[in-house]
Structure formats: structure tokens, C-alpha cells
Design a protein around this ligand. Structure first.
Ligand SMILES: *Cc1c(COP(=O)(O)O)cnc(C)c1O
Ligand SMILES: [Zn+2]
Length: 434
């Protein structure tokens, strides 16, 4: 087996060693991806040993990522892997949400069941493993969100020092609180996001810090396990559609790559179509794809949405995501703040719950079925990317009618659930309960 890094740019395709510390192609600046040369594995044999591993008590067999390691064989020594038993996330039926989305049936793959509460764990376990195999002692990212929470946990669990860099005065407390608790050293820099990214690259070079930002190809490899596990749980029947929210578009890239590789090996016999949903105030990929190549990619300098996990104006992985949307005959849609908030309340009322960015999926499905782009009888899996407890403030405001969109417009609590103040009086309460 030989693993290497390849430039994603089809005009370049330069190859590099798997242990070279590179974040972009040194020749053309393009995105990098991991590639493998190995004899074609036997799909029946793989399915069999992956099932067997579920019965094992070995830590890497219990991981819903490392169980599938034949699909991303970049490590030479498995002892570099760090597992918190990530993955293993359920497929959940939700009749109420299906009806809301205009579907006969919907299944949610809930990545919020991960150790730090988001799908970032699927990728981070691989990113941190690579840092360890490279002999790095420190890892860093620029993020206040789920990436920092996840990186902090995996780095600390793996004996590395996590460093988080964030713009001064621009803090999202819920997720940053996790990062602090998991032991990350956190630096608030007086600069904007792009300036901090440039600064961290200088520091990475100088101090030998390994960067675990969204373009890290090993994180993408790990995130492939989300769709691999999904197919395993469905006994290898590919759905018609997989719907996911789009921010930096790393997950879209990972899903597309994972699905194509599964089809090449013969684990599945067709590609599901990908539907990527963005928030209206942060939808540069939607706008680019809608223009169908007539205009170059244009970043949004001031992305705005309450769904902070997809509040991304300049998504780094867009070239890969474009390729995967085209390969899968997919679509890109966008939804309003009101649509996200209502869809989120419906997912909650289904007994499932998720963070705002995740609810963009159901909001997008409702739009796509209404427009006839997704058939009402289609087999649809929507990926809920983050846990309901990531953003409790949003939830309370929605249900009590206090939620406002970034533009200041009120968001109507169409599915609001207000707490009721009552007197200490059993008769009165009996009457209210009815
Ligand atoms: C990171 C994240 C996203 C966006 O994923 P991308 O790979 O950046 O497109 C969506 N939802 C949640 C909860 C996230 O943490
Ligand atoms: Zn290149």
C-alpha cells in the first residue's frame, strides 16, 4: 500500500509524500487530497470485517471512524490514532419532519451524537493522528466553533497541545467554553480572520505547529466515514439523496469523495445525489453554482446568519465541492433565517433536536420538494451536523419570540413553545392542562 498527497487541481495533479507538511500545493496553490495505491479490496470481505469489528472491544474497532480504516489507509502505525469512540451515530426516522419536508419518509443521520457534539470529530480524529505520526507536539486552528471544540478534545486526549486563535471580541461562548474545558490555550488576536490565518501560518512554520484548519486533507479523509457508516447502517443501499448544510464545504467534499470511492470498489452500486443547503446571508457557493460557470467564484465579505457553523463567506473547499456536486448530479439551495428556525423547531418536536446550521437541511428539503427538485417519495437522508445543546440561547429566544435575524428582522415563532407562568393552584393548572 502506498499513500500520498495529490493536488486537486486537474491541470496540476502534482504528487507529494504523505508525510510532507503541506496545506496547499506548493506548485499551484491548489487544494490537496489523499490518494492511495493498493490492490482493489474485496467488497464482501470489507463488509464482513467491518461488521465483525462492531462486536470487538478493541478501541479502534469501537470507533465509527477507524472501523473503516481500509478506506483511508494513510497511517503506517495504528498506534498514532486517538479515539474518543467518535462516529457510531444513529439513523433516525422522523415522521413529523418528513411531513414538514414534503416527503413520505425522512431519515436523519445525527452527527451531534459525537463525543464533542458535532461531525468535526469524524475528521479531527484523523487530523490529530496525522499530527502524532509527524511527531508534532502542538496543533492549531483559527475558529471559535465546533472545530476548536473538537481539536481541543482530540489533541488533549492524544497528548498534544491545542492552540486556538480567534479574532478579538468575536467569541461564540458555547463552543469556546468546550475548547477551554478541553484544555486549549486560546489566543485572542487583534486582527481579522484572514490576518490571523496568515499569522498562524508564520507561527506554524517557526514553531513546528501542525495546522488543523478545514482544508486539512486528513480531516476530509476522516469525514468520509460519515457516509461509509451511513451505507453500512443501510445494508449498502444507497439513498436517492443525501442532504447536508454547506459552510466551508469540507463535508460536501468528503461525502462526494467517500461515495465515489465506495462505488469504485463496489460497496455501493450507484451515487446518491448531494443537496447542499446554505443560509441566505452566507451563500457564495449557491450563487456561484446558480451562475453555472458564467461568473468566477466571489466570496461574501460580510456573511450573516444566526447559524454560526455555516457563517462562512469564503469557503476554502469550494473547488472540491463543485466537483462533487457535478459528479453526483447534485443541487445547491439556500434558505432564510425564518426557514432555518422553523425547521429546527420541527426537528426538535420530533424528539431529535439539532443546532441551527443542521436545520438548514430540512428547510432546504421543504423548498426542494415544493419546487419538484426532490420527489416526495424519494429515499432521503439528511445529515444533522451538530447537537441541540450547542446553541441554547437561540432556542430560548425562538420559543419566547425574542429571536432576531442579523438584519434585525423579527423571527416569528411559528412552532414556538412558551413556558407558562401559573399560580400555585391545582384547580387552575388542571384547567390549563385540559
Ligand atoms: C462545520 C459545520 C458545518 C459546516 O460544514 P462545512 O464542512 O464547513 O461545510 C455545518 N454544521 C455544523 C454543526 C458544523 O460544525
Ligand atoms: Zn497544484
Amino acid at each position: 500500500m502506498s499513500a500520498h498527497l495529490v493536488c486537486f487541481n486537474r491541470d496540476c495533479r502534482a504528487r507529494f509524500g504523505i508525510t510532507e507538511v503541506l496545506y496547499n500545493c506548493p506548485k499551484c496553490g491548489g487544494l490537496l487530497e489523499a490518494a492511495y495505491e493498493q490492490p482493489a479490496p474485496d467488497p464482501a470481505q470489507l463488509k464482513h470485517s467491518w461488521r465483525e469489528r462492531r462486536l470487538s472491544n478493541a478501541p479502534l474497532c469501537q470507533s465509527g471512524v477507524w472501523r473503516y480504516r481500509e478506506m483511508f489507509p494513510f497511517l503506517e502505525d495504528e498506534r498514532h490514532a486517538v479515539t474518543l469512540r467518535e462516529g457510531n451515530t444513529p439513523l433516525l426516522d422522523a415522521p413529523l419532519a418528513a411531513e414538514y419536508g414534503g416527503l413520505a419518509r425522512i431519515t436523519f443521520k445525527h452527527q451531534g451524537f459525537n463525543p464533542t457534539g458535532s461531525f468535526k470529530d469524524n475528521g479531527m480524529t484523523c487530523g490529530v493522528a496525522q499530527a502524532r505520526r509527524l511527531g508534532m507536539q502542538r496543533v492549531a486552528c483559527v475558529s471559535t466553533g465546533n472545530t476548536s471544540a473538537s481539536m481541543a478534545a482530540y489533541a488533549s486526549a492524544g497528548g498534544l497541545e491545542p492552540l486556538i486563535f480567534i479574532p478579538h471580541g468575536n467569541i461564540s461562548y458555547g463552543k469556546l467554553a468546550q475548547a477551554l474545558e478541553y484544555g486549549a490555550r486560546t489566543f485572542q488576536v487583534e486582527a481579522n480572520f484572514d490576518q490571523i490565518l496568515a499569522l498562524v501560518r508564520v507561527l506554524a512554520e517557526r514553531l513546528g505547529i501542525y495546522l488543523l484548519n478545514s482544508i486539512n486533507p486528513f480531516r476530509i479523509e476522516g469525514q468520509k466515514s460519515i457516509v461509509i457508516e451511513m451505507m453500512d447502517q443501510r445494508d449498502w443501499r444507497a439513498p436517492d439523496w443525501i442532504v447536508l448544510p454547506g459552510g466551508n464545504l469540507g463535508n460536501t467534499s468528503a461525502f462526494g469523495k467517500g461515495l465515489r470511492e465506495m462505488r469504485e470498489i463496489g460497496l455501493i452500486d450507484r451515487l446518491p445525489r448531494l443537496a447542499v443547503i446554505q443560509a441566505e446571508g452566507a451563500s457564495p457557493f449557491y450563487e456561484y453554482m446558480r451562475a453555472a460557470g458564467r461568473t468566477p467564484f466571489r466570496a461574501n465579505e460580510h456573511p450573516e446568519t444566526l447559524a454560526t457553523a455555516i457563517k462562512i463567506g469564503d469557503p476554502v473547499s469550494w473547488p472540491k465541492a463543485q466537483f462533487e456536486i457535478e459528479q453526483s448530479n447534485g443541487v445547491v439551495e439556500r434558505v432564510t433565517e425564518q426557514e432555518i428556525a422553523d425547521a429546527k423547531a420541527i426537528i426538535g418536536k420530533s424528539g431529535i433536536g439539532c443546532e441551527p446550521a443542521s436545520a438548514a437541511t430540512l428547510a432546504g428539503i421543504r423548498k426542494l420538494t415544493a419546487a419538484g427538485a426532490i420527489d416526495g417519495n424519494a429515499d432521503v437522508v439528511a445529515v444533522l451536523t451538530g447537537n441541540v445543546l450547542k446553541d441554547p440561547d437561540y432556542i430560548f429566544r425562538y420559543h419566547t419570540g425574542q429571536l432576531k435575524s442579523p438584519s434585525g428582522a423579527a423571527i416569528e415563532p411559528h412552532y414556538g413553545n412558551q413556558p407558562v407562568v401559573v399560580p400555585n393552584d391545582p384547580d387552575r393548572i388542571t384547567e390549563l392542562i385540559g
